[in-house]
Design a protein around this ligand. Structure first.
Ligand SMILES: O=C(O)CCC(=O)C(=O)O
Ligand SMILES: [Fe+2]
Length: 246
């Protein structure tokens, strides 16, 4: 990608293996790609099937969401915004799948480097064209996301996340439960985070964002995160099956 030397930083932040299968790629998207992705998010946020408030078992989420390719809602996927305006979900763009594929491949290389003796790393990136759904999350000031795992997909392919705007604390835990051990990573605008293989079903959360910390030139108040996934579901079927409750 066109990431590079983060501005105002004395030393570049390095790619890191946060847990086996979980890779942080700092400054992965350069300024132009961030602006491009944000412009797309603004289009996707518009109705029909635009940004909506999500009600879970735990209450109302402070993060507002829009789906692409398939509509995620608690706790399944559908072809329409079943818990929103009921409109057909917006299509998943090929270019976003290409970004996710390239990012998963870069993360696999980092993982392989950081996992001596396991030349292939903990997972293989999926084939080009396999990424087919995305969740766009908008975090206004004060919004957070509780510990959960991404388990409504039927594919073991790694989840690829891109962050824009305000920085946040991204808490990456374990597959056993919501408790410790976990590791906190700061995700900044342009960072990517990939979790697959042994980390694919790990619990994770965003306990807080840092209001006002985003790059001024991006022109975003708050934080946007886009997670790209392989659904493993039949997009042509009327009611793609969801997984049981998480
Ligand atoms: O906002 C983030 O960085 C994480 C989002 C997330 O976990 C999700 O969409 O499932
Ligand atoms: Fe998640």
């Amino acid at each position: 990608m066109d990431g590079g030397f983060p501005d105002q930083e004395l030393f570049p932040r390095e790619p890191a293996l946060v847990a086996p299968g979980a890779v942080h790629l700092p400054a992965h998207l350069g300024t132009e790609r961030q602006a491009e992705l944000l412009a797309a998010c603004r289009r996707w946020a518009l109705p029909p099937a635009g940004l909506r408030t999500v009600r879970t078992r735990g209450g109302v989420m402070s993060v507002r969401q829009v789906g692409l390719g398939l509509h995620w809602y608690p706790y399944a996927y559908a072809r329409t915004a079943v818990d929103g305006d009921g409109a057909p979900v917006k299509p998943f763009p090929d270019w976003l799948g290409e970004w996710a594929h390239a990012t998963a491949a870069a993360a696999a290389r980092t993982a392989a480097e950081r996992t001596p003796g396991d030349a292939a790393g903990p997972w293989e990136p999926p084939a080009p064209g396999e990424y087919d759904v995305a969740l766009v999350n908008f975090y206004p000031e004060g919004a957070r996301m509780g510990m959960h795992r991404d388990q409504e997909e039927r594919s073991p392919a790694p989840v690829v996340s891109f962050s824009l705007g305000d920085s946040c604390v991204f808490r990456f835990g374990n597959t056993e439960g919501r408790g410790r051990p976990w590791r906190d990573t700061e995700l900044r605008s342009g960072d990517a985070f990939v979790f697959g293989g042994p980390a694919r079903l790990a619990y994770h959360a965003v306990p807080r964002t840092r209001p006002g910390s985003g790059p001024e030139r991006l022109g975003l108040h708050g934080r946007v995160n886009v997670t790209v996934r392989v659904s493993g579901l039949d997009l042509a079927s009327e009611h793609p099956p969801g997984a049981p409750a998480r």
